[in-house]
Design a binder for this molecule. Structure first.
Ligand code: FAD
Length: 534
C-alpha cells in the first residue's frame, strides 16, 4: 500500500509540527506556504504581508519556554524564559533543521482552493489547487491539515465608532503597528486592553506626549514574572492547581483576583472588570501599572465618538488626539475551503476545535484554531498527533450526531463562562484540553502507575508545571528523553538567569514538591481531625 499524502497549508508553528507528526506516522506531507519562509506570525517583517499575520518588532511571547516548547524538543537551557520573537524564530529554525522539515515545504505557494475529489465518499481524498509564480496546479491528497492561523485578518469595527470618517488624525490596526517612530510627541488613543493593546500603549508611552488606553469593560492584568521571579505559567499551569480550580472555581477565581489586586488595585487603576479572572482571555503586561502610575498612560472608558481632532469618551470627557491604534483583535475565515466550513463572527463548528462533523470521511483537520489560557504550540502539536492517527485509520471519530452534540455543549459552556465577544469563540483551558487530546491519542500520563513505579517523576508531574514532555511519557510517540526533560526543567528555567559568578545553584524542585505534598497532607489531616473531634 502506498503511503498517504497529506497537504499541510501554512508553515507557521502549526505547519511545522504538522510536518513532523506526519513524518513520525509514516505519512507523506507536502506543506504549502504562501510566504518565502517558515515561522508564520513569529517572523517579523517591516511591512505586513498579505495573508500572513504581522507583529510589532518588540513582541515578546507571554508563554515561558518550558511551557511553549514542542514536547520532544526542549528549548536550549541558555535561551531566556520569555523569548523575543527573533529568539522564537531561532528555536523554530533549530526544530525544522533537526527534523529535516524544510525539504517538504513549497514556499511562495498559495493554496487557493480545496475541494472534495469526485470519489471523496469512498476515498476521502481532496483536490488542492495551489498557485506559485502565477501558475495554478491541482494535486490530489489523502488528507488536509489547515494550519493557516487565526491572527491574520484585522478586525476593525469602524462602524461602531461614529465620527471616525471626519477624524483628521491617522488611525491604524495593531496588525500594522511597526514601532513608535511616528508617535513622538503625539497624543494617542489605543483602543482595547488585550495583549497587543497593552503592549502598544506601554511602548508608545515612552515617546508620546500622552497615551489614552480605552477599555469597554476593563481587564485583569497578569504578569510574566510571578512569585519568586519564576514565569507565571511555570508556577500556575500545574495539575494540582487545575484540580483545585475544577473543585472550587469561584474560590480560585476569587483568590487569584485578590492576588492580582495586591499587585495593583484594578479599581484604583480604572481597569476593574465586572467579570472574574478566568471569564476573559487574560492580558499579560508587566509594565502597564508603572506607566499608569507615572501618568504616561491614562485609562479611559469606551469611545463614544470622534470629532475632527478629538475623541469623546462614554464618561463625557473629551481629549484632543493625533492618532488612534485599534487593538481590536482579529477575524478568521477559510476562503479556500468555501462550502465546507462556515464561519460567522468567528463562530465555527468543529469537533474538539479540529474536525468538521459532517464529512463522509475524517480527512480534514484544523490545527491551532484555538485560543488557550496557555501556549498554542504544544496544543497544535498534540492536535497533529491525533489528526494523523485519525487519517491513518488507527483512531475513529464518533458518529456525526455525537460530534454535533459535543460541539453544541462546548459552545454552551463557553457562552456561560466567558464575556460575550468575538474574541471568545475558540477558548480552551490548557491542561484540560491537552488531556482531552491526549486521551484520544492514548498519551495522557497515568499518575497512579507513575506513583507506583516512579514516585519522583510522579511528584513532578502532579505538582510541577504541566510541561509538554508529560505527553511523551507513554503511548504512541513516546520519547525516551521525556523523563529526563521533566526532571531537568527547573535547571533550564534557572540557567539563563545565572549570568553572574555569584548566581546561586538552583534548589531541586522535587524537594519543594515533597514539601508541598506533606504540607497538603498535614492540612487535610488537620481538617479531618478537627471535623471528627467531638
Ligand atoms: P501562523 O503563525 O499565523 O502561521 C500561518 C501560516 O500559514 C503563515 O505562514 C501564512 O503565510 C500561511 N498561510 C496562510 N494562508 C495560506 C494559504 N492559503 N496558502 C499557503 N499558506 C498560507 N500565542 C501563544 O501561544 N503565546 C503568545 O504569547 C502569543 N502572542 C501573540 C501575540 C500577538 C500580537 C498575536 C497576534 C498572536 C499571538 N499568539 C500567541 C498567537 C499566535 O497566533 C500563535 O502563537 C502562533 O503563531 C500560531 O501559529 P500558526 O502556525 O497556527 O499560525
Amino acid at each position: 500500500m502506498t503511503a498517504q499524502r497529506v497537504a499541510i497549508i501554512g508553515a507557521g508553528v502549526s505547519g511545522l509540527c504538522a510536518l513532523k507528526c506526519c513524518l513520525d506516522e509514516g505519512l507523506v506531507p507536502i506543506c504549502f506556504e504562501r510566504s518565502g519562509d517558515i515561522g508564520g506570525l513569529w517572523r517579523f517583517e517591516e511591512h505586513p504581508e498579505e495573508g500572513r499575520a504581522s507583529i510589532y518588532p518588540s513582541l515578546i511571547i507571554n508563554a515561558s519556554k518550558e511551557l511553549m516548547c514542542f514536547s520532544d524538543f526542549p528549548i536550549p537551557e541558555d535561551f531566556p524564559n520569555y523569548m523575543h520573537n527573533s529568539k522564537i524564530m531561532e528555536y523554530f529554525r533549530m526544530y525544522a533543521q533537526h527534523f529535516d522539515l524544510l525539504r517538504h515545504i513549497r514556499f511562495r505557494t498559495n493554496v487557493c482552493r480545496v475541494t472534495k475529489h469526485p470519489d471523496f465518499a469512498a476515498t476521502g481524498q481532496w483536490e488542492v489547487v495551489a498557485e506559485s509564480e502565477g501558475k495554478q496546479e491541482v494535486d490530489v491528497f489523502d488528507a488536509v491539515l489547515v494550519c493557516t492561523g487565526h491572527h491574520t485578518e484585522a478586525h476593525l469595527p469602524l462602524s461602531t465608532f461614529p465620527g471616525l470618517e471626519k477624524f483628521e488624525g491617522w488611525y491604524l490596526h495593531s496588525r500594522d503597528y511597526k514601532g513608535l517612530q511616528s508617535f513622538w510627541g503625539k497624543r494617542v488613543v489605543v483602543v482595547g486592553t488585550g495583549n497587543s493593546g497593552c503592549d502598544i500603549a506601554v511602548e508608545l508611552s515612552q515617546v508620546a506626549k500622552q497615551v489614552f488606553l480605552s477599555t469597554r469593560r476593563g481587564t485583569w492584568v497578569l504578569h510574566r514574572v510571578a512569585d519568586g521571579g519564576y514565569p507565571f505559567d511555570y508556577i500556575y499551569l500545574r495539575r494540582f492547581l487545575q484540580l483545585l480550580y475544577r473543585l472550587m472555581p469561584h474560590i480560585i477565581n476569587f483568590l487569584i483576583s485578590r492576588k492580582l489586586n495586591a499587585r495593583f488595585n484594578h479599581t484604583l487603576y480604572g481597569l476593574q472588570p465586572q467579570h472574574m479572572v478566568f471569564e476573559q482571555h487574560p492580558t499579560v503586561s508587566d509594565n502597564l501599572s508603572n506607566r499608569i502610575i507615572s501618568g504616561k498612560v491614562l485609562v479611559k472608558p469606551n469611545i463614544q465618538e470622534f470629532t475632527e481632532t478629538s475623541a469623546i469618551f462614554d464618561d463625557g470627557t473629551r481629549e484632543e488626539i493625533d492618532a488612534v491604534v485599534f487593538a481590536t483583535g482579529y477575524s478568521f475565515s477559510f476562503p479556500f475551503l468555501e462550502g465546507y466550513v462556515k464561519v460567522v463572527e468567528n463562530q465555527i463548528s468543529l469537533y474538539k476545535f479540529m474536525f468538521p462533523p459532517d464529512l463522509e470521511k475524517p480527512t480534514l483537520a484544523f490545527i491551532g484554531l484555538i485560543q488557550p489560557l496557555g501556549p498554542i504550540m504544544p496544543i497544535s502539536e498534540l492536535q497533529c498527533r491525533w489528526a494523523t492517527r485519525v487519517f491513518k485509520g488507527l483512531l475513529d471519530l464518533p458518529p456525526s450526531a455525537n460530534m454535533l452534540a459535543d460541539i453544541m455543549q462546548t459552545k454552551e459552556e463557553m457562552a456561560k463562562r466567558y464575556v460575550k465577544s468575538q474574541r471568545h469563540t475558540i477558548q480552551v483551558d490548557y491542561i484540560p484540553y491537552m488531556d482531552e487530546l491526549a486521551c484520544q491519542v492514548g498519551v495522557k500520563p497515568n499518575l497512579l502507575a507513575l506513583f507506583l513505579t516512579d514516585p519522583k517523576l510522579a511528584l513532578e508531574v502532579l505538582f510541577g508545571p504541566c510541561t509538554p514532555y508529560q505527553y511523551r511519557l507513554r503511548g504512541p510517540g513516546k520519547w525516551p528523553g521525556a523523563r529526563e526533560a521533566i526532571l531537568t526543567q527547573h535547571q533550564r528555567v534557572v540557567k539563563p538567569l545565572q549570568t553572574t559568578a555569584k548566581g546561586r545553584p538552583p534548589h531541586s524542585s522535587t524537594t519543594s514538591h515533597i514539601f508541598k505534598f506533606f504540607s497538603i497532607g498535614l492540612i487535610v489531616a488537620t481538617l479531618a481531625y478537627v471535623s471528627l473531634s467531638p
